[in-house]
Design a protein around this ligand. Structure first.
Ligand SMILES: NC(=O)C1=CN([C@@H]2O[C@H](COP(=O)(O)OP(=O)(O)OC[C@H]3O[C@@H](n4cnc5c(N)ncnc54)[C@H](O)[C@@H]3O)[C@@H](O)[C@H]2O)C=CC1
Ligand SMILES: O=C(O)[C@@H]1CCC=N1
Length: 289
């Protein structure tokens, strides 16, 4: 196995343990952004050979069905990504304990799963990164919150930053803030899609064709986000510039405020963060059962 301390990214082997949507988003992003070649990435799953064949065909990554000869891929990986659902995490991580050593780096993207729980499952000598990315990593526009265990070296931190920065922006946070990151940017893309679905539905009800409705909504959301980024102005100020006194926007916003849109969004985000804690606690219980 390559020593992380002596190597560049070009010679690393990454293994995604759990080959679902988030693993695909990161792997695809890394390949698209040319940080890694497809041959450096392996992906394994519990079952669903069809899914693995599809990933191999689409991206050229190495794929292995769980239960066949996947041990070597885990043992030889410099970085092991834990990317299964929280409910499967305890059992899956326990199963690889004999294959993981202290000179590998384990990066978990599992919502709620604490560094302490991973250490409990794999042993305290293994360096652990807890990350909360989002699916926009697929196109290099992800946002990832990152926390480190004490065992992670400065070089491994740099490497982790390089991986996630190649697919978007990163924020290093103390571990307790990972639930907040989950509520903000981990689940965040879904809130925006939900909002877009509602805008498209309304556009249809107002008489627009579905194709036109979608194009107009996508451009509106993209343009608004880009305006915040490029002008450096606060969203509230940009909103004020759209809102003519007693005009159409004011009428719309008053209606949305009457239905407590702000409070609804805040409640939803708080609930996501709270749910991350619940998922973590459930994993802890299953480890200690
Ligand atoms: N989807 C998202 O937007 C985000 C997901 N996450 C986290 O990423 C993790 C994965 O989420 P998704 O990719 O959405 O789920 P998913 O259901 O698409 O993928 C999970 C994969 O893990 C595999 N798996 C389950 N048990 C396994 C085992 N014992 N051995 C090997 N593979 C196993 C499943 O076959 C499945 O392909 C979750 O823990 C989630 O909290 C984090 C940030 C964002
Ligand atoms: O819904 C979930 O639990 C995962 C974590 C953040 C986004 N998706």
């Amino acid at each position: 196995m390559t020593q992380l301390t002596q190597t560049g990214i070009a010679s690393l082997q990454l293994c995604f343990y759990g080959a679902g949507s988030m693993a695909e988003a990161i792997a695809r992003g890394l390949i698209n952004e040319k940080l890694l070649a497809a041959g450096q990435i392996s992906m394994l799953n519990r079952h669903n050979q069809e899914r693995l064949t599809e990933l191999h065909t689409q991206y050229g990554v190495q794929t292995i069905l769980q239960g066949s000869s996947n041990d070597a891929y885990i043992q030889q990986a410099d970085i092991i990504f834990l990317a299964m659902k929280p409910k499967d995490a305890a059992e899956a991580v326990k199963a690889i304990k004999p294959l993981v050593s202290a000179n590998q780096l384990v990066i978990s993207v599992i919502a709620g799963l604490s560094i302490a729980s991973i250490e409990q499952l794999l042993g305290a000598s293994v360096p652990i990164v807890r990350a909360m990315p989002n699916t926009s990593s697929t196109i290099g526009l992800g946002a990832t919150g990152i926390s480190y265990s004490d065992r992670v070296t400065a070089q491994q931190r740099q490497l982790t930053e390089a991986i996630f920065q190649s697919v978007g922006i990163t924020a290093t946070v103390e571990e307790p803030l990972q639930s907040a990151i989950t509520g903000v940017s981990g689940s965040g893309p879904a809130y925006v899609y939900y909002f877009m679905e509602a805008m498209m539905q309304a556009a249809g009800e107002l008489g627009l064709e579905p194709g036109a409705a979608k194009e107009l909504v996508v451009q509106t959301v993209l343009g608004a986000a880009q305006m915040v980024r490029e002008t450096g102005e606060e969203p509230a100020e940009l909103r004020r510039k759209v809102t003519s006194p007693n005009g159409t926007t004011q009428a719309a916003i008053e209606m949305m405020a009457e239905f407590r849109l702000t409070e609804t969004i805040i409640k939803g985000m708080r609930r996501s963060a709270e749910r991350a804690g619940e998922l973590g606690a459930a994993i802890e219980r299953s480890i200690n059962e």
